[in-house]
Write a protein that binds this ligand. Structure first.
Ligand code: SF4
Length: 230
């Protein structure tokens, strides 16, 4: 069992939160923590990095399902992949956590901040930082940079991993039998993960195959099983 969840509260007296969500597994614990605290929030799903569209729909549908279950408003934002690929040009071979990922976080947070500004949210945050595969400082820098575009808007850089958050993330994913993505999200991360698997003598990723709690379908221990890989 994980530790009791510490109470959370919005910064700077904000009354409503716009939560950028990358996927259901990452946002499950964040959503439940916000609900437990009675915080008024809306999910903002803007992830044009996810490739191919089948994977995008799977990740989004899982998030919609969980939001519906809890009656949380869900904004299904654009899937403007042309813009994402335009911004990623020249970064195709950058490693994960490098400048392509900074661009990817910037792009998603810029749109989140714009929507927050236009719809009266005083705070934004994201489920991205809960993943141990991510560089939290890199994510927070991008979040603060996006929020700074609008007066009165702040980025809430709460560390969702602490206080047992990482463990609860996995517990909730298994309980809800969320779809389990096996790569970060973009076509380049899919390519690189498949290369790693090939080097390990393993088959290519099959989209739509693995769900939390389904032991028969679970990947080998060496695989990247953290759910927060978008
Ligand atoms: S590896 Fe992940 S964070 Fe980095 S650019 Fe690709 S989808 Fe975005």
């Amino acid at each position: 069992m994980s530790a009791p969840r510490p109470p959370v509260s919005l910064p700077d007296g904000a009354q409503r939160l716009l939560l950028h969500s990358c996927c259901a597994p990452c946002s499950g614990e964040v959503m439940e923590a916000l609900l437990a605290a009675g915080i008024d929030y809306t999910i903002f799903f803007y992830n044009p990095n996810i490739h191919p569209v089948k994977e995008y729909e799977l990740r989004k549908d899982e998030n919609v399902r969980f939001a519906d279950k809890h009656g949380v408003p869900f904004v299904d934002a654009d899937y403007d992949t042309d813009n994402w690929f335009a911004r990623a040009r020249g970064m195709e071979n950058e490693p994960e956590r490098g400048i392509r990922c900074t661009m990817c976080f910037d792009m998603r947070f810029e749109r989140t901040a714009l929507y927050a500004h236009e719809h009266g949210f005083a705070a934004i945050s994201s489920s991205l930082g809960i993943s141990r595969w991510k560089n939290m400082e890199q994510i927070n820098d991008c979040g603060h940079r996006a929020a700074a575009r609008y007066p009165g808007l702040s980025y809430w850089d709460y560390n969702w991993r602490k206080g047992g958050g990482s463990q609860r993330m996995v517990e909730i994913s298994k309980r809800e039998r969320f779809y389990q993505q096996e790569y970060c999200g973009c076509v380049y991360s899919l390519r690189d993960t498949n290369r790693q698997r090939k080097a390990q003598g393993r088959g290519r990723i099959k989209i739509g195959l693995v769900y939390y709690g389904d032991e028969a379908a679970a990947p080998a221990p060496a695989d990247r099983t953290d759910p927060a890989d978008t």
